[in-house]
Design a protein around this ligand. Sequence first.
Ligand SMILES: NC(=O)c1ccc[n+]([C@@H]2O[C@H](COP(=O)([O-])OP(=O)(O)OC[C@H]3O[C@@H](n4cnc5c(N)ncnc54)[C@H](OP(=O)(O)O)[C@@H]3O)[C@@H](O)[C@H]2O)c1
Length: 245
Amino acid sequence: MLQLLPTVRVLEAADVVAAYGWPRPSWVRACMVMGLDGAIAGPDGLSRSLSSPADRAVLAATRAHADALLVGAATVRAEDYAALRGQLEHVEARHEAGQRAAPVLAIVSASARFDWAAARFTASDETVLLLTTSAAPQATRREAVEAGCEVVVVGQRSVEPAAAIGALRERGLTRVSCEGGPGLLRQMLAADAIDELDLTLSPRIGGSGPAVPGLPGLTRMVLAQLLEADGWLFTRYVRPEVPAC
Ligand SMILES: NC(=O)c1ccc[n+]([C@@H]2O[C@H](COP(=O)([O-])OP(=O)(O)OC[C@H]3O[C@@H](n4cnc5c(N)ncnc54)[C@H](OP(=O)(O)O)[C@@H]3O)[C@@H](O)[C@H]2O)c1
């Protein structure tokens, strides 16, 4: 992979992890891949068809030292999120930094309806957090607890982004990577809850979108880093007040 900004250099695998460090101990990044036409999923409805091996390496790098992955329920279902397990190459560094072996999967859902037999619930290293509302059906909340999840009520009818981040921070999960989908990302951006947007521009056209539907206002972010591999561009946009990553 080639780094184009802030300086030009070739990146080895370990450099890619270092290129996605966490500027502050409390930090919320969002990660998305988007086609040239704004598509967020290919014709099969999956983001994987817009992705590439280098993009998956970038996603792995954003996860390497994350405390929690914050994900919308539709994305968890559509992308069939796998169990989150500690990665051998990162476990030691995570322990030294006082982190758990693997990131915690934190799912945002109003319905709390899932296939509780899925490996993400039964085989993740850490307890899965279900961030939901007091209006979620008692029966499905009970099923979540029986499946080993921690159910966290953060709102009456809708999970509020700030409350969701607050619930994670209360549990010591301060380095949060929001992996979408667009519906959740729109709410996070609208609530000014995102410090960094890692947007991969995929050289593909076709599929469904857009990446962020209808935001209420305009926000200016600063391009802190740009990587390239085989025509895929990997951007790191951060808040203007953050000088370097
Ligand atoms: N290109 C990419 O990088 C990328 C990344 C992620 C996803 N995707 C794609 O995006 C699509 C899914 O995205 P999406 O925008 O439709 O859905 P999403 O944001 O992943 O999930 C929406 C669901 O999350 C729950 N939810 C969201 N906000 C909530 C709130 N404030 N309070 C309570 N629950 C809330 C609801 O779940 P319940 O229905 O359970 O109530 C809602 O139906 C899929 O096709 C996926 O493949 C692409």
